[in-house]
Design a binder for this molecule. Structure first.
Ligand SMILES: Nc1ncnc2c1ncn2[C@@H]1O[C@H](COP(=O)(O)OP(=O)(O)OP(=O)(O)O)[C@@H](O)[C@H]1O
Ligand SMILES: [Mg+2]
Length: 120
């Protein structure tokens, strides 16, 4: 299993969620964050120009998936979030040790895969 953490542009969230839904990825957490991706802001001072680390609004997605869903999840995020401009974001794929579904006590692969017939 892997935990896929993606940092994307807020304005690309609807497209990215749509692409993930089309890829049958279910189960996602979304947070508003601030980040820095190397872009700097130029600030005029009395001694000249300095640069300041710029923090910009981003969206963080967290998706726990079984191994067979890793590629399609990454591709869906790229498809939904890419604009080809700097600042499109990053995807981190991390090893995931364990998942427990609280309601049933199911673990790991049984717990990352939602049962579609149970969804409302
Ligand atoms: N190495 C990193 N570690 C943690 N978060 C990062 C890292 N790089 C980028 N981010 C997050 O992703 C956001 C967008 O980064 P950004 O798209 O600028 O990455 P990049 O590698 O500089 O790509 P680009 O060349 O397209 O700008 C940042 O604001 C930050 O939240
Ligand atoms: Mg950058």
């Amino acid at each position: 299993m892997k935990l896929i953490v993606a940092i994307i542009r807020p304005e690309r969230l609807p497209e990215t969620l749509h692409a993930l839904f089309q890829a049958e990825v279910r189960g996602i957490s979304v947070s508003r964050i601030q980040g820095h991706g190397g872009e700097v802001e130029r600030v005029e001072t009395y001694r000249g120009t300095t640069v300041k680390m710029e923090l910009v609004e981003k969206i963080r997605l967290e998706i726990g998936v079984s191994e067979d869903f890793v590629d399609r999840t990454v591709q869906a995020i790229i498809q939904g979030a890419r604009t080809h401009e700097v600042g499109d974001g990053k995807i981190f794929v991390m090893p995931l040790e364990g998942v427990h579904r609280i309601r049933t006590g199911e673990q790991n692969e049984q717990a990352v895969t939602p049962v579609l017939s149970e969804q409302h």
